[in-house]
Structures are given as structure tokens and as C-alpha cells.
Design a protein around this ligand. Structure first.
Ligand code: ARG
Length: 456
């Protein structure tokens, strides 16, 4: 195919160089946005008196037919085209003749690609937000069913204090709500149109950038044409937000993997979201959760690739920027895939409250409450902490739990111990007495559930 710029050149480009330069095999994803952007650009050219009404009709019909044929499969992408923008323009000219050559007036591929990618990522991000809402709702619904389910809360993966499963799940709801707000925030900041920036310096035609921006659903235009063609901040913001989503999913996955092991058995994953082993007949592996954890790394990599690609680029457009697309596409596709599998995996996961409770009963997770009991009877906290530590040490050596120690033995450590201590260190009391806002206490968890519901 003859190059668009053949006039300036004496030689055709090298075949390998062409392949290396070409981006159609990944930017063909942008075909819809490219065509939509071109239609609005052509309409503006007509409003501005640059195209006449017949020319606009020809261009619009031509573009519409290309869109239709691509969607039906009647037209294939030409893998020899340099990119999606060149492909659509060449196809248009093939279909409608010389009028097609007028479409690129007052436009450059630099503002065209900046527009297409923004439109594409806006749509994709809205889908991610919807998936995150679903995930938050699924997590919340599991929490609502487990407000009385007692489990050990951990620090250092050592049993620490009793909590409810609902409280633990609500922590994830808070993360997902922040993820949503990060993405919505990025959407607001990115929703300005670069179209009309042209190559970098704007144009000599009397165009109307604002009306095209409005027609394409933007809140306004990018105010500096050099920035318009060279800004990829929104890719970085979205990739960073996606990386954070993946980090949250990966932490949740890690817990689900631990919880579904025989060592914990706090939950049972549905058969549909686990796999067997090719050799060990007893195995039921949490592959989906492991893959989500594993895929987190590639989304971090996508962010790093984009940050590094942009670092040191002089203004305005440089071909390096063609590398933005594979990274940002991979990042959003990975997040969508992970969310799509994670939601039903969570919805079908069965908690096993007996095992959570059994684990909560061992490990002295009520020791803080016993120290608080002494403190409320007038013993300074550090002294109380030491007394309880000594008792726990004795229990570890004698293989007992705190509620198995008789009162006389307690009294030998401090006179203020009394029969009420047993009620105070029961796991239900430990939870009920957590009255601070945000705590694991029943009232506080109710407040958290209402908060998440209201946010959704
Ligand atoms: N395929 C190019 C990209 O993705 C489109 C812009 C090309 N602009 C240029 N001046 N060569 O960045």
C-alpha cells in the first residue's frame, strides 16, 4: 500500500520497519471511538463552513458503513495498515473517493489518538466502577449474614483479638469504596477533549472545539494544545487505581486461600471456582484466587511501563507514546477479568462459623480484655498487662485456656480478680464491649453496614 506521506520520500520503508512501527494489531480495539470521533469532527467541519452538507453526508454515511461492516465481520482490519486511524481513513477514501481525503482537515493523528484512547478508557473505567459496585454489594451481603460469626482477628498472622466475620468483610467494603471513588475522581479529571489540538500547535481554520467536545460527552476542552496531544496522566491515574484494586483483590485472595486450607477451614469454596489435581485425588485448589493474586503483578507492571515510557519525553507527541495502549489495555482487561471471576467466587463461598469460633477459642485472644478488666478495677494498664502475661504463660505451659483457670489461681496473681471475670472474657462479651466507633462491636458493625449501603 502506498504511504500517506509517500510524496516526501524517495524510497519505500523497510518491511521490518513497517511491522515494527505498526500498531493496528492492538489499536484496532479503538475502531468505534475512532469512527465516532471522526463523525463528530466532520459534523463540526460542516458547522464551521469547512465541509459542505453533501460532503458531510458522504463522509458520515461512509463512516457508518465502515462501522457496520466491521461489526458484522464483512470488513476485516488490514493488518498492513500502520494504525487504526490510517486504516479507517484509507477505507473511507476507498469507499467514497476524494471527499474522504477532506476528513483529516484541521486534525492530526496526534489529537485523534489522544481522543480515541480517552473515549475508550472512559467507557472501560465506567464498566470497572460497575463491577466494583457489584463486588462491594456481594461483600456487604456476606457481611450482613455474618454479624454474629466470631473469628480470630490477626496481627502478624497470629491470633490477636476476637472480631466478627462481618467486621473483617466490611474492611474490604471500605477498600472497594475507595477504589470506586479513586476511579470516579480520575474520570472527572480526564473528561476534557484533546480534539482540535491538531499536531501540537492548533490550526489556522476557524474550528469549534467546544461543540465537538460537548457532542462527545466531555465536560470541556483541553486548554493547551501541546498538553492536549502529550498528556497521558489519565492513563497513569487509571493504571494506579487499577493496581490498587488488584492489590486489594490480591490481599482478599490470599486470605481466601488461607481460609480454605485444611489448617484454617474457615470457608469452603464452591466446586465451580476450584480445580482438582492431576495426581492427588483429594485436592481442591483455590486456583481462581491464586490467579487473581498472581495477576496483580502484571497490573503493577503496566503502571511502571507507562510511567517509565513517559519519563523524559520532550513535548509534544513522540512515537514512544504508542506504547501507552498495550499497557493500559492490559491493565483494564486484567482488572475486569479478575473482578468478573472474583464476584461469583465470593458469592458462592460458604463460611464455616464453627471452625472460626473454635479457632477464636484458642490463642488467648481475650487476653487484652482480661487486662482491661483489671484496669477497670483500678490496676494501672502496664501492671495488668504483666499479670495477664504471666497467667497466659502458665496456661501455655499447662495447656489450658483463660476460662479454664480457677478463681483461686487468679486471686494468687491479684486480689481484685472475681467471678465476674469469666463473663468478661467470654468471646461474645469481648465483641459486645467494643463500643468505639468503627470497632468490631455489634452496634458499630451495624453502623458500618449502613454506611456502605448508603455509599452504594
Ligand atoms: N499509532 C500512533 C499512536 O498510537 C498514532 C499517532 C501517530 N502520530 C504520529 N505523529 N506518528 O501513538
Amino acid at each position: 500500500m502506498e504511504k500517506m506521506w509517500a510524496g516526501r520520500f524517495e524510497k519505500a520503508s523497510d518491511r521490518l520497519a513497517d511491522d515494527f512501527n505498526s500498531s493496528i494489531h492492538f489499536d484496532k480495539k479503538l475502531y468505534k471511538q475512532d469512527i465516532k470521533g471522526s463523525m463528530e469532527h466532520a459534523a463540526m467541519l460542516c458547522r464551521s463552513g469547512i465541509l459542505n452538507i453533501q460532503e458531510l453526508a458522504k463522509i458520515s454515511d461512509g463512516l457508518a458503513s465502515i462501522l457496520e461492516d466491521l461489526e458484522s465481520g464483512a470488513l476485516d482490519f488490514d493488518e498492513n495498515a500502520e494504525d487504526i486511524h490510517m486504516f479507517v481513513e484509507a477505507e473511507l477514501t476507498k469507499r467514497i473517493g476524494d471527499t474522504g481525503k477532506k476528513l483529516h482537515t484541521a486534525r492530526s493523528r496526534n489529537d485523534q489518538v489522544a481522543l480515541d484512547l480517552r473515549l475508550y478508557m472512559r467507557e472501560e473505567t465506567i464498566e470497572v466502577v460497575e463491577l466494583l459496585k457489584k463486588l462491594t454489594a456481594a461483600t456487604l451481603s456476606l457481611a450482613k449474614k455474618n454479624t454474629e460469626t466470631i473469628m480470630p482477628g490477626y496481627t502478624h498472622l497470629q491470633r490477636a483479638q476476637p472480631i466478627t466475620f462481618a467486621h473483617h468483610l466490611l474492611a474490604y467494603c471500605m477498600m472497594f469504596l475507595r477504589d470506586i471513588s479513586r476511579l470516579v475522581d480520575a474520570l472527572l479529571r480526564m473528561n476534557y477533549s484533546p480534539l482540535g489540538s491538531c499536531a501540537l500547535a492548533g490550526t489556522t481554520y476557524n474550528t469549534d472545539r467546544d461543540s465537538v467536545a460537548a457532542a462527545l460527552g466531555f465536560d470541556g476542552i483541553m486548554m493547551n494544545s501541546i498538553d492536549g496531544v502529550s498528556d497521558r496522566d489519565y492513563c497513569i491515574e487509571l493504571e494506579a487505581a487499577f493496581a490498587t484494586v488488584m492489590m486489594h483483590l490480591s490481599r482478599f485472595s490470599e486470605e481466601i486461600i488461607l481460609w480454605s486450607s485444611w489448617e484454617f477451614k474457615f470457608v469452603e469454596l464452591d466446586d465451580a471456582y476450584t480445580t482438582g489435581s492431576s495426581i492427588m485425588p483429594q485436592k481442591k485448589n483455590p486456583d481462581m484466587a491464586e490467579l487473581v493474586r498472581g495477576k496483580c503483578g502484571r497490573v503493577y507492571g503496566d503502571l511502571m511501563a507507562t510511567l517509565t515510557m513517559l519519563k523524559g519525553l520532550p513535548l509534544a507527541y513522540n512515537k514512544d507514546m504508542q506504547e501507552d495502549k498495550e499497557a493500559v489495555f492490559d491493565s483494564v482487561e486484567t482488572v475486569k477479568k479478575c473482578l468478573t471471576i472474583f464476584i461469583p467466587m465470593l458469592e458462592t463461598m460458604k463460611p464455616i462459623p464453627e471452625n472460626m469460633l473454635a479457632a477464636a477459642k484458642r490463642g488467648f485472644i481475650n487476653a487484652t480484655d482480661l487486662a482491661d478488666y483489671l484496669t477497670k478495677k483500678g490496676i494501672p494498664f502496664r501492671t495488668a498487662y504483666k499479670i495477664v502475661g504471666t497467667i497466659v504463660g502458665e496456661c501455655v505451659r499447662s495447656g489450658r485456656t483463660l476460662d479454664e483457670v480457677p478463681l483461686e489461681e487468679y486471686k494468687a496473681h491479684s486480689e481484685v480478680f472475681d467471678t465476674d471475670l469469666y463473663g468478661e472474657i467470654s468471646l461474645e462479651t469481648c465483641i459486645r464491649k467494643r463500643i468505639s466507633r468503627g470497632s468490631t462491636g455489634y452496634e458499630s458493625v451495624k453502623e458500618q453496614i449502613a454506611y456502605v449501603e448508603a455509599q452504594l
